[in-house]
Ligand binder design. Structure first.
Ligand SMILES: Nc1nc2c(ncn2[C@@H]2O[C@H](COP(=O)(O)OP(=O)(O)OP(=O)(O)O)[C@@H](O)[C@H]2O)c(=O)[nH]1
Ligand SMILES: [Mg+2]
Length: 191
């Protein structure tokens, strides 16, 4: 599929604010700074999502309307070391109530391909699995790895996440590796 248009619709903190019109939601989870907003820009060939090298800036659910047909939802990052417990609880409450809304969803979890799987990533994957929410893992920032460490890390990631998800896409917002795979999944979920 091709993304012909994308526009920002709003930043929401509460369910009452979220559009309720039956459109499919494509949600991007991932630790702060992993590249969620960059990935949205990359697959939409756009600069609509604000990116930053300061982690933990996004605190709300950011909605983008794609092709006038479905939404991208940029979920605030989790697991940033400096995040206070109070904010982590707020994150959980917001995501729990968002999930309680009856919606057709397509979920991606973005992780950092450069690192060994982080506890917070494994916790999120386990939690999605426990909620019966199928998801695809995207291993981002592969451009910063040489071929041998890329293969080694991806194998470790695959072995760690296999029990939660069977789908893994190596990705880079810089080289656009994996972009076509993501677009193919979107085509399937949003037709
Ligand atoms: N080398 C490399 N850098 C990337 C890649 N994707 C994102 N980045 C960089 O990572 C940093 C964070 O990117 P964002 O897209 O703002 O990350 P985010 O997950 O939206 O962060 P929060 O909104 O704070 O949760 C930026 O400096 C990006 O340029 C990638 O594939 N490769
Ligand atoms: Mg962001």
């Amino acid at each position: 599929m091709k993304i012909e248009s994308i526009e920002f619709v709003g930043s929401y903190y509460k369910n009452e604010q979220i559009p309720q019109n039956g459109k499919t939601e494509v949600a991007f989870f991932g630790r702060s700074n992993v590249g969620k907003s960059s990935l949205i820009n990359c697959i939409a060939s756009s600069k609509v999502a604000r990116t930053s090298s300061t982690p933990g800036k996004t605190r709300s659910l950011n909605y983008y309307l794609v092709n006038q047909k479905f939404y991208f939802v940029d979920i605030p990052g989790y697991g940033f070391a400096k995040t206070a417990q109070r904010l982590r609880d707020a994150w959980k409450r917001m995501v729990d109530s968002w999930l309680a809304l009856e919606k057709k969803r397509c979920i991606f979890q973005i992780i950092d391909a450069r690192l060994a799987p982080q506890d917070s990533d494994i916790q999120l994957a386990r939690w999605l699995r426990s909620q019966n929410l199928p998801f695809t893992v995207i291993a981002n920032k592969t451009d910063q790895l040489n071929q041998s460490s890329r293969l080694r890390n991806l194998e470790l990631i695959e072995n760690t996440f296999r029990k939660f998800s069977h789908f893994l896409i190596p990705f880079s917002t810089k080289t656009e590796l994996g972009k076509n795979e993501i677009l193919a999944i979107l085509a399937e979920y949003t037709q």
